[in-house]
Write a protein that binds this ligand. Structure first.
Ligand code: ADP
Length: 297
């Protein structure tokens, strides 16, 4: 599978460009779309799932043109929106059976097999007779992914994947998605949470104010931050100063002061050492430096 986005623009009524001349290639596997709120992620997702038309530009899914082959592309899609909700009266398996019918699976026995398999896959088989609206937050999210996967989609789009999940559920949900990425599919995770992307995505893009700020692997983004992350041993007074001067990533109390991680090109006068950046450091570095430089141009 392959998605090619070319010079995509979306102008909302009121003159707000949510996407500006966006060009991007999305290959097979797990793809992270990262950006702060308002960056244009949901707009791009809505265009990709054919819920909205762009103002200009083109999207190709393999050989299909999104503007002309909407039906063919829809048949390949599975979508889990952020605000996914379902009919409250249905049991878990009934809900999935219903979505399978909507997805065009007409034969009852085939549907029953597919529903049972899917319930197994997302770990909800035991909960099949429970009312869907009584499931826990994490289970609902898994039922959400089950409905997105029931027609064996080639492109799976998940908006804000871990919103509202506790840490254990986050890991479970992430593992479920990364198991899928071994197939010939594209999985796009759209998120403002760096942790949703770091461990699972081979490729990513960073959107800011509707524009593409970075495209590549998470490792490439991390490389850009080398030499710009410091661990400072600070006294109480220094800590307060540092907090004003630099983006602080984390603080740990020590005897007599604090160990402070900051993103900065230098730490004039403070006692500290450079440390290896991770994706969160790199994201902060990128947003603080590159994007500020651009906006000053
Ligand atoms: P994200 O998903 O990254 O938070 P969105 O795609 O929701 O970003 O929004 C991008 C920009 O477009 C924001 O400035 C937002 O206010 C604006 N926007 C989103 N939806 C609409 C709409 N229906 N009408 C007008 N402006 C919108």
């Amino acid at each position: 599978m392959h998605i090619r986005i070319e010079h995509l623009n979306k102008l909302y009524r009121g003159g707000n460009y949510a996407l500006k001349n966006l060009s991007l290639e999305i290959p097979n596997g797990m793809f992270g779309l990262l950006g702060p709120n308002g960056a244009g992620k949901s707009t791009l997702m809505r265009i990709l799932v054919t819920l909205m038309k762009p103002t200009s530009g083109q999207v190709w899914v393999n050989e299909y043109d999104l503007a002309k082959n909407r039906r063919e592309i829809r048949a390949m899609l599975g979508y889990l929106p952020q605000d996914f909700s379902f009919f409250s009266k249905l049991k878990t398996y009934e809900f999935l059976d219903y979505t399978a019918r909507l997805a065009g699976m007409k034969s009852s026995p085939a549907r029953r097999t597919a529903v049972d398999q899917m319930l197994e896959e997302v770990g909800l088989y035991e909960a099949r007779d429970r009312n869907a609206n009584k499931l826990s937050g994490g289970m609902k999210r898994r039922l959400g992914i089950a409905q997105a996967l029931i027609n064996d989609p080639k492109i799976i789009i998940v908006d804000e994947p871990t919103t509202g999940l506790d840490p254990e559920e986050r890991i479970r949900f992430r593992n479920l998605l990364s198991n899928l990425s071994t197939r010939d599919v594209i999985i796009i995770l759209s998120t403002h949470i760096v942790g949703d992307i770091s461990s699972t995505c081979h490729n990513m893009a960073l959107l800011n104010k509707g524009e593409l700020a970075f495209a590549g692997s998470p490792e490439d983004l991390v490389k850009e931050a080398i030499g710009n992350v410091w661990l400072i041993q600070a006294t109480e007074t220094e800590y307060l100063e540092i907090n004003e001067k630099y983006p602080v990533i984390s603080t740990i109390p020590t005897e007599g002061g604090w160990e402070v991680q900051v993103v900065a090109s230098e730490i004039n006068g403070y006692f500290g050492k450079q440390i290896e950046p991770n994706l969160e450091h790199a994201y902060v570095h990128f947003m603080e430096n590159k994007l500020n430089q651009w906006s000053n141009q």
